[in-house]
Write a protein that binds this ligand. Sequence first.
Ligand code: SF4
Length: 457
Amino acid sequence: MILLRADHIGPLEMFKIGVGPSSSHTVGPMVAALAFRGRIEPILKRADNCRLEVELLGSLSATGKGHATDGAVCAGILGYHPRLTPVKDIWDAKELLEAKGGFESCKFKPSTDIIFGGWNLNDPSGSTRLPHPNTMRFCLYENDQIALEEIWISVGGGFVERLGERAETEQKIIDLPYPYDTAQEFIDQVLKSGLSPWDLVIANQKVLGLSEEKLRWELGEIWKTMTNCIEAGLSTEGILPGGLSVRRRAKKLFQELEAGKTPAWSEHDLRPSVYAMAVNEENAAGGRVVTAPTNGSSGLIPAVWRTLKERQNLDDTTLQNGLIVASVVGALVKVHASISGAEVGCQGEVGTSCAMAAGGAVAMLGGNIYQIEQAAEIGIEHHLGMTCDPIMGLVQVPCIERNAMGAVKALNAAALSLASDGQHLVSLDKALSVMKQTGLDMNNKYKETSTGGLALG
Ligand code: SF4
């Protein structure tokens, strides 16, 4: 389902358990492939001479190898789910398909049937312009004739859309008790209702079919996955995959931190930094992570939450409330700017995550709605214009350190807003419109194509 309004995008849409290294280039393509597999199932059941072809286009073509997009597509084609399937099975899928030459009665050899197709598309309407930088074409042939051809786009954070689906679903807006689509409308609803920001979201989610009990259970699972991811990153060393020879640093740094071997003045910032790096190293290794709001920016929120849990002794319910408020910020960015590095650069990933973390942190620490909005605005304002230029298309450099820096910034943004009365000059809504325009103005080589900036070495 396509989510068009901020109030329709809930915490479980923003925080999705999946696998690394990328939500837009790994999880999204896997989800799209899984959906396409479901759509061709009736054809596969009756036909015995089928062949599947998958074309990865735009940024998916430019950096798909580094992001393991082809492996993720194979996993989706086999019916694997990013959350439910064991990570090892997901990453074995490509080899399995290569060895078997297909699945059921359908021929599909990843080495020849997955095409890294560049920036042009010959879609069914004859257009050659990509509808989105992250575009996929799935084509099922039956007896060498096209049986089903569809264009899918991965719009960031693991969200996918089938081309044409938007027009079909535009009418599915549900009347909510506390409707909002901008930050100002959210503030107004909180003030008018007298509810806490998280209770307001819970009330809306209930009307959208998600009970508080189920939501809190899921948030518990999400926090558990984030925590496990930190622990895995803190206890693993070695070289990250992909060929860049990047060494994992979180374990050693954490040991030095715990042993008091790091400079005393640095402890305050180093701790959240190490937690963030632990998650992003796991993400880079294709491990189990939570989009927050993307995989590339998956380390920042776990790091801030763990830091505040330790320093402020926050309980699980408070941590969940913080995630709910963070998801509101993420939804506002998704609707009014973008959470895709391929669309707006890294301001959409680490920038968004910083804004989410800052707003959520203030909520957890008892700030009012004005302070929450201010913290989120500070979080995004100081990432405006940040480019996406991952070296070799891998979610490693600059991504891992970038999460560490973002976590520290988020904590500082929360501290700044909590130390003030929440009155500030630039609204979050204004910052988001600037972010969107900045993304539009940004040269394509800085939008997850690995053709500019740091990626050039
Ligand atoms: S540079 Fe930022 S947006 Fe680009 S892949 Fe890394 S984390 Fe994602």
